[in-house]
Design a protein around this ligand. Sequence first.
Ligand code: SF4
Length: 675
Amino acid sequence: MIYGWTNTILHIDLTSGKISKTSSKPYIREFLGGRGVNVKLLYELTKPGQNPLDPQSPIILGWGPLVGSGIIGGNQTEITFRTYPNGLYGTANFGGQLGPEMKFAGYDHVIITGRASKPTYIYIENDNIELRDASGLWGKDTFETPDLIKEEIGDPDIKVLCIGPAGEKLVAFASIEHNYRAAAGHGAGAIMGSKNLKAIAVRGTKGIKVYDAEKILQINEELVNRGKEVGEKKLKEVEEEIERRREGKETNWIVKRKLGASIGNLNGFSEAGLSWDDIEKTNPIVFKEEQKGAQGFYPCYACPSIWRWLDCPWMVKVPGDGVMVLGCMSWYVYRMYTSDMKTLLEADMLMSRYGLDHQSIMGTISWLMQIYDKGIISAKDTDGIPMEKGSREAILTTIHKIANREGFGNILADGALAFAQKLGKEAEYYLIHKKGLLQSVSYDYRVHVNRALSTAVDTRGDTIRSSSGLFTPTVMYFKGTHYNNPELVREALRLAKEAYGTEKAATPWEYEGVENLVRMYQDFCLAGDITGECIFVFRGIYEFKADSFQPEVRELFANMVSAATGVNITADELWRICNKVITLERAWNIREGHKGREDDTIPRRLLEERLPDGPFKGYTLNKEKLEELKSRYYALRGWDIETGIPTRETLEKYNLKDVADDLEKLGKLPKTKEA
Ligand code: SF4
């Protein structure tokens, strides 16, 4: 008897229409599920150097053993593929309701290959799989598409993921959307579009057998109780924040943004032309006051979301265009150089409807505004539209043009790097990207060494989830020094020492202990991604203990998996799987042409330019220290210190001898014996 998993991988070839099923059993003990099994399947199913848009290049969906188990937060869908356009490793996820439904229909993973001869959507109703004509859906946006599918099938409870017009047109920033959530980065939507696949709709009624329902209820009760405690603490913080505003004092929202040091996307606060009052408009308290109506929480499956009521998915009304689910709006203000909320909400809505990754698009527009401001481009380069900072016309028109591949948007749609290369070296210098990917520019991390390291070494190239940037001790330390509160500073230092072995890890500009910090946060995220658990549930409840993946949190993850599956997994075993998965991801990238240490870079500007103003004026990153830090990180992972490539010893330790052999045949395996 198998519990927690469904023991089924569904294979769909869109070229031939062939549908088959295999067992997931050979994979789950070693890789658990979600991102873990996905990367193993990707390794097996892809050939080195394959084009991401090659019909045989797969898109793999996976749901870990906690998805649909009833455990709070067990709802994540992981989508793994070859990134477009750079061809390296891509994986992205979302919560919502689709994952549990897919498990209830009977599937741990779905592998899609081939290219349909006409627009198609896949309809899965338990064992019944249909490839349906999506010609009438082609061109529809990501809000219309699910409604039309539900109407066609006559079942409002169907769960749908889909692409918008941007994915259909193979835009490099295209996302896959589900119920206001997105698997956004790395061109996932373009891969679906290249397969003529508009959507996947699912209805599952079989349920899922769990091993120990009592234990699951008990775990949930503990989570809720802890969540309530944290919720009360947060409510108190909100009351204090309201009070601070009433008294005209600086709010905590602003203090945290000052620590973020991210004003103006590398151009500094003053050059951005913004004031702290502009940033304060994105304070959830202010924002919610102003965006009256249609507000509320919009939690995912099996999530009371009580611990994150301030900043988890919540709904607002977009003027004239319905309802939208939002996260943090301060990023928009920094990057678009405006606090005109009407424009920013419209932009947000447009990107979601078209199926575009918000982070990448904002990074692109922000860059265009900077190089326009510096006189590197003129309106002639952008179809007569002046890319003035904060311009409503520039923001909205660029989004339309990218999504529809019109004019200059057609080149941008192949990636901002393609456009930068056309414009020349100076324009390219100002583009903040990692191998053409623009996701992680939310923080200016010249004072956040952990963010620099995690961006450099992340197996996904660049992602908003590489690192939080603002960890609890860091925020406490900054607040403690800002408000002259020695007790808070002491507590920050104590936490940093306890979790990362050095007090210096509390100060974001220090390099000591950062390898531990990055490794623990990556492994915590991986634990979520391979089990199917939402990391925000844990971050909400366990805060710092989750970020630093402390024994208590590892133990809880392991207990949850054991309760759902009946497989007695220890905390150490779970942690070992995390390390194994990231090592296989790294090896896959190396096989595909990633050069290890040489490619573990961050954008030049972050190393060469100093912060022009703000509380951290004059700071920048140190290249030599960053290289030393990379060595320490590689050593922790068991990768070769010189090249940053997994060693044979490490690969064999994880039963990945075949992978070591492959790398050796390609002449890519490091010669050293010891990591
Ligand atoms: S914490 Fe937020 S993102 Fe996570 S499952 Fe709950 S509602 Fe969804």
